[in-house]
Design a protein around this ligand. Structure first.
Ligand SMILES: [Zn+2]
Length: 307
């Protein structure tokens, strides 16, 4: 399995367009030891020929162009067979609307995520230009199934979706039940030939047994690393809410994910979906040293992992 990180930042990217915090300004002006990052997305392939995207970020155009194997081979074609959505946040699905060029799309998501994107969404009509423009394939929680290419061929991979604590996207607050387990999922991908497993949990509000089960017996975990601390947005006065108020599980601290996941045995451990305020982004920061000492890495755009 080839895992190619296309984007590794949280919503807003790094730097964020309206932010002049020390990190955004620093990376913009080349003053800090850190690289710019686009919003979280991954390309996945069993054979290097047929590719699947995990999430369709608002940066999808530049992300596809940044990686040759995702380019069309001839005429108007694409090696991208299908797109997985882990939740309905705009930084995970807005890119779908950028793929509107009269091309058949296959999207894997839970039924709740599909409804959240399509219901009462007049912009979705741009993906309904002809019969069969979009095919939705429904992910059922806890069911491992074969991943199929757009034309139904086997891809050599399987997928299983697991409910993970999160919260509804901002644009659906008050419209959907916040307790719906289908609103936010982690995905486990398994390569059929060698049995290797990628556990992809890029949005996790807190630790639960489903989170631990999602990571079990995996060969690589890509895990939610949005904030380092609870007060990362409130302390500089950006927002009067803690990370936990926003259903974000911080990495650092006694109850952070780094400490709580210290016993997992997955050999390859990577934080992704990193917010521009997170000090882990700086390669020479204390926080970066702490996670690396614990055997974790921070994903970067262009990182490639082979399982
Ligand atoms: Zn910033």
């Amino acid at each position: 399995m080839i895992v190619r990180v296309l984007g590794s930042a949280a919503g807003g990217g790094f730097p964020q367009w309206n932010c002049a915090c020390s990190q955004c300004r620093g990376v913009r002006e080349g003053l800090i030891n850190a690289s710019p990052r686009t919003q979280e997305s991954v390309g996945l392939s069993a054979d290097g020929e047929d590719w699947f995207l995990i999430n369709a970020s608002p940066d999808i155009h530049s992300q596809i162009e940044s990686f040759g194997p995702l380019h069309p081979g001839k005429s108007r074609t694409t090696p991208i067979q299908a797109i997985f959505l882990t939740n309905g946040d705009l930084d995970h699905c807005l890119g779908l609307l950028s793929l509107r060029e009269n091309h058949r799309l296959v999207i894997y998501s839970t039924e709740s995520v599909r409804r959240g994107f399509t219901d009462s969404n007049v912009l979705y009509r741009t993906l309904q230009r002809f019969a069969g423009h979009v095919t939705w394939r429904t992910l059922k929680l806890g069911v491992e199934e074969a991943m199929l290419c757009a034309d139904g061929r086997p891809s050599g991979l399987t997928v299983e979706a697991l409910a993970v604590p999160g919260k509804p996207p901002i644009h659906l607050e008050g419209l959907v039940s916040p307790g719906d387990p289908e609103l936010n999922v982690g995905l486990r991908f398994r390569q059929c030939t060698n049995g290797r497993v990628l556990a992809y949990l890029s949005a996790v509000g807190r630790i639960t047994t489903s989170v631990i089960e999602g990571l079990a017996d995996s060969d690589c975990v890509m895990f939610y690393g949005t904030f380092w601390s609870s007060d990362e947005l409130s302390s500089p006065g950006f927002l009067k809410k803690s990370a936990e108020d926003l259903a974000h599980w911080p990495v650092g601290g006694q109850t952070g994910s780094l400490a709580m996941l210290s016993t997992i045995t997955t050999p390859r451990r990577v934080f992704t979906h990193i917010n521009n305020t997170n000090p882990m982004l700086r390669e020479d920061s204390t926080e970066r040293k702490i996670i690396e000492a614990a055997g974790w890495n921070v994903a970067w755009d262009g990182m490639e992992i082979r399982l």
